[in-house]
Design a protein around this ligand. Structure first.
Ligand SMILES: [Zn+2]
Length: 379
């Protein structure tokens, strides 16, 4: 079956974006655009207590700086809050939970992380699995049962991705893809996810002209992102992007890696794994580009998709390494320094180019980066 790539850039508005987020945005953009895919912007505001409007503003500022354009998603903070927030899809998440309950694969859990017997090495010990508790807001969460020993295969086969295989049937494929997507768009619109109805970009923002100082251009194994005018941004990363991983399937023992995981939180809102899966299904996402720290999440979502009968079950994944600064992996929880928009986009393009083993000296605009990427990875 030939398939058009449908992907999404899906930041979480729970902190300011760091260089690792930008790296992920650029990879997602390149993989989607290089193969004429459809790219959505989806702001995952599932964690409402940590939501801050300034984080959403920050997302738009950074995307604007990068000049990344989208085929679907909000065009600004106001539109996001008025039409695209996950709040509008609470019904869809609840339906998914109900379906899982009907299948008898989840149970209510009253434990908290301070209860020592409930967790072993961070994995839930299933003490509530047979208690037959009912969900009660602020008292119980819902967990999904995992199966001991079961392996979930997470495909990362972009190189064999069906979209690459068929040149002559491109138009038919596109028509088919858009049609099925338009159908989904109608459902999605009602639920706060518009797609293909909002074909707007971010104006192809011109990269800043600030000076950058990029070392190690000669050696793609060692990338240094070092902005001359920035105190905060000085990033080294020894590991190049491992392209050979594209064709690999990674196998995850879900019970061992994640355990019976929470799908519905005590505050009566969906957990990330459930909400993100439902949203991906609504958008028809079939390629996820995300950090390798989310490998277990990918397996969890695939497992759930199987139980829910979602098309997402066949999704492809690219898990990339996390950027490292002073020996620490960049993440919002590790208080990674925020991206300084004044640094401009160029430094980020070149950094991504180095990681991908491209000639960084030819990648000082987004379109040049895309061309170089296509040359190396395109059909
Ligand atoms: Zn429990």
């Amino acid at each position: 079956m030939n398939q058009k790539i449908i992907s999404r850039i899906a930041p979480t508005p729970s902190g300011f974006l760091h260089a690792g987020n930008v790296y992920n945005f650029l990879l997602t953009y390149l993989f989607t655009r290089a193969f004429d895919g459809i790219l959505h912007l989806r702001i995952d505001d599932y964690d409402l207590p940590r939501y801050r409007r300034q984080y959403v503003e920050n997302i738009f500022r950074v995307l604007d700086m990068l000049g990344v354009d989208f085929d679907g998603g909000p065009g600004g903070v106001g539109e996001f809050e008025a039409e695209f927030s996950s709040k509008f899809r609470l019904g869809a998440y609840k339906n998914a939970l109900k379906k899982l309950e009907q299948k008898g694969v989840c149970y209510a859990c009253e434990c908290s992380h301070s209860m020592k017997n409930s967790f072993k090495n961070g994995i839930y010990t299933r003490v509530c699995a047979d208690k037959n508790l009912k969900f009660k807001k602020n008292e119980t969460a819902m967990r999904l049962s995992t199966i001991d020993g079961a392996q979930i295969n997470v495909r990362q086969n972009l190189i064999n991705f069906d979209a690459l295989g068929c040149d002559s049937c491109g138009e038919a494929r596109m028509a088919g893809g858009l049609w099925s997507n338009a159908q989904k768009a109608q459902d999605g619109t009602a639920n706060g996810l518009k797609n293909l109805t909002n074909l707007r970009g971010f104006g192809g923002g011109k990269p800043g002209d600030k000076k950058f100082n990029l070392n190690a251009v000669e050696n793609p194994k060692k990338c240094i992102l070092n902005s001359a005018n920035s105190d905060g941004l000085n990033l080294t990363d020894e590991a190049a992007f491992e392209t050979e991983k594209f064709a690999q399937t990674q196998s995850v023992n879900l019970a061992q890696n994640l355990g019976d995981f929470v799908v519905w939180k005590k505050d009566d809102t969906p957990a990330y794994n459930l909400a993100s899966l439902v949203d991906d299904e609504i958008l028809g996402v079939n390629l996820l580009v995300r950090g390798e720290d989310l490998l277990a999440c990918s397996a969890a979502q695939k497992y759930m998709a199987q139980m829910l009968g979602y098309v997402f079950e066949n999704a492809n994944f690219i898990h990339h390494g996390l950027l490292v600064q002073s020996g620490k992996k960049l993440s919002k929880s590790s208080r990674a320094p925020a991206v300084n928009v004044a640094d401009g986009a160029k430094i980020h393009y070149k950094f991504a180019a180095l990681k991908l083993g491209l000639d960084a000296s030819k990648c000082d605009t987004l379109s040049n980066l895309l061309e170089m990427f296509k040359e190396k990875f395109g059909r």
